[in-house]
Design a protein around this ligand. Structure first.
Ligand code: HEC
Length: 129
């Protein structure tokens, strides 16, 4: 008789102590998901500063000749990589910036450049339309 009741109490305690970390865990995961959404929703400072700058088509042209023609062709007609003549109609500037700096689609490498150079490159790509 005595032993059954003590088992009953133990079960109750296990249930209570097992529930608390579980609740805490679900609370924490909700918080993480919320923070993740907030971070993803905000625009990248690199993208922001590149978009704020005025680009030079001429400088962008030489940057393109130095870094991109090997794969995208001397007139951006496409080679290993796709044609880029109308790329600014198809992709947003933000997407193009991410394509260039993040290396998300191998074999295209990621490039490190100043926001000003990125603005120049974008100005050049816009001039191709
Ligand atoms: C080593 C080859 C290579 C070099 C160098 C390269 N790219 Fe690419 N690029 C690719 C390939 C391959 C793709 C297609 C990737 C995919 O989506 O599968 C691509 C895709 C792109 C796209 C997306 C096109 C679209 O229609 O989705 C853009 C924009 C782009 N490249 C711009 C550039 C710029 C600007 C440079 C120079 C700074 C550059 N690339 C240098 C190979 C290259």
């Amino acid at each position: 008789m005595k032993s059954t009741s003590s088992i009953g109490i133990e079960k109750k305690q296990i249930l209570q102590s097992g529930l608390r970390p579980l609740l805490l865990l679900s609370f924490i995961s909700c918080a993480i998901i919320l923070i993740w959404f907030l971070l993803v929703g905000t625009i990248d400072p690199y993208v922001e500063s590149s978009l704020a700058l005025q680009g030079s088509v001429d400088k962008g042209n030489s940057l393109f000749k130095m870094n991109c023609v090997g794969c995208h062709g001397i007139t951006a007609q496409g080679l290993v990589g796709p044609e880029l003549n109308n790329v600014t109609d198809q992709l947003s500037d933000e997407k193009i910036i991410n394509q260039v700096i993040k290396g998300l689609t191998p074999p295209m490498p990621s490039f490190e450049m100043e926001p000003q150079s990125m603005a120049d490159l974008l100005a050049y790509l816009h001039s191709l339309n």
